[in-house]
Design a protein around this ligand. Structure first.
Ligand SMILES: Cc1cc2nc3c(=O)[nH]c(=O)nc-3n(C[C@H](O)[C@H](O)[C@H](O)COP(=O)(O)OP(=O)(O)OC[C@H]3O[C@@H](n4cnc5c(N)ncnc54)[C@H](O)[C@@H]3O)c2cc1C
Length: 334
């Protein structure tokens, strides 16, 4: 890539990963964000941080698994806090058919019995007869990961400036990468918001080594361990663009899921309730679109951390081509 100046607008996961990828490929990069500090107004701050391409394959387009598979290595290289312990999928005995259906729609898992569950997660011993173990999956704490990216960018001399509200058309640079998330809807009218709600609790009586997904016919949920007794319980997925606090119904469902996983969560402290809108296109897959010198990288939906490295790769490829729309690589279909 010839050395060029790039302004990245948005310091969510899309913007920061794109900025780092471009800086590593030799571009002169600057990042701006209208929030007062990292995470302020960013959907990425609410994420669970699961890097689970094969679990996602059970419910989404197979291309998500293809694109996401390589991203785990990207995160391991760029964020030492990435935990590669796999993930576990469980269901109550009455929902055993859901486990079978989930298994039929994906790959790269082991069907494990109660003894293996106990060996992997001692605190779940005796609670489930069967589970699906996805050994190659990973997870991270999104907030620590974003902070680590800002630090890495700083090490490379890439400034990340907060409190700067910029329109892509007015931004300086040979190329502008528009990573404004849902705020880019002024330029991407087919972008929609999908509401997600989550709870963070502190519970010192349960230890988990990996994310646990709990299948349920109506409300499949997950719990991600964050260390220091913290757990993120997520996430609702509601086709609504309502902003505002978590509803009582969602809070009850999320907390019930944790309580069903282990009764000790009944004594947990609620540390945080959070909600945001995931930016998504109609097919729930990310896209890079060129608009003159502006590249719009968006639509990460529920796969922000999982797919940002692939999105960044596509942005870097698009910049190298330096021509027009026709040159942007087709999204690969598995
Ligand atoms: C509850 C919940 C759980 C989730 N769990 C997961 C998960 O486990 N794994 C996963 O991979 N994904 C998960 N996601 C999805 C993930 O959070 C999103 O896909 C991702 O955050 C989208 O990132 P983004 O960078 O495109 O947008 P954002 O994070 O919203 O970033 C956009 C940034 O642009 C800035 N901005 C906007 N307009 C301007 C402007 N004019 N000038 C300057 N700056 C501007 C904003 O301040 C913001 O910081 C979850 C989402 C939710 C809500």
């Amino acid at each position: 890539m010839k050395r060029q100046s790039v302004t990245v607008i948005g310091a969510g996961v899309a913007g920061l990963v794109c900025a780092l990828e471009l800086a590593e490929r030799g571009a002169t990069v600057e990042v701006v964000d209208r929030g007062r500090a990292l995470g302020d107004g960013s959907c990425s701050w609410q994420a669970g941080g699961m890097l689970a391409p094969w679990c996602e394959r059970a419910t989404t387009d197979a291309v998500v698994a293809t694109m996401g598979a390589t991203s785990i290595d990207w995160w391991v290289r760029h964020f030492p806090g990435t935990v590669r312990n796999g993930s576990l999928v469980v269901a109550q005995p009455r929902d055993a058919a859901d486990l079978t259906r989930f298994a039929q729609r994906t790959e790269r898992f082991e069907l494990i019995d109660a003894d293996r569950i106990a060996a992997l997660e001692p605190d779940l011993a005796g609670r489930y007869r069967r589970a699906l173990f996805f050994p190659d999956e990973a997870h991270l704490d999104p907030r620590r990961a974003l902070a680590a990216l800002v630090e890495r960018l700083g090490d490379r001399g890439v400034p990340v400036r907060f409190g700067v509200d910029l329109s892509p058309e007015a931004a300086p640079g040979d190329t502008v990468v528009d990573c404004r998330g849902l705020a880019a809807r002024d330029a991407l009218p087919d972008l929609r918001g999908v509401r997600g709600e989550m709870v963070v609790v502190r519970c010192r009586d349960v230890a988990l080594a990996r994310p646990i997904r709990m299948l349920h016919p109506r409300i499949p949920l997950y719990i991600v361990p964050r260390g220091d007794g913290l757990f993120m319980i997520g996430a609702t997925m509601i086709e609504s663009e309502r902003r505002g606090p978590v509803s009582v119904r969602s809070a009850v469902e999320l907390l019930n899921a944790a309580y069903a996983l282990h009764p000790a969560f009944g004594e947990a402290e609620i540390v945080e309730l959070g909600a945001d809108l995931r930016p998504a296109f109609a097919d729930n897959l990310p896209q890079v679109r060129r608009d003159g010198r502006v590249l719009r990288a968006n639509g990460l939906f529920r796969h922000g951390f999982l797919l940002a490295p692939e999105l960044a790769r596509q942005v870097a490829e698009a910049i190298k081509m330096e021509t027009n729309n026709a040159d942007i690589p087709e999204r690969r279909r598995a």
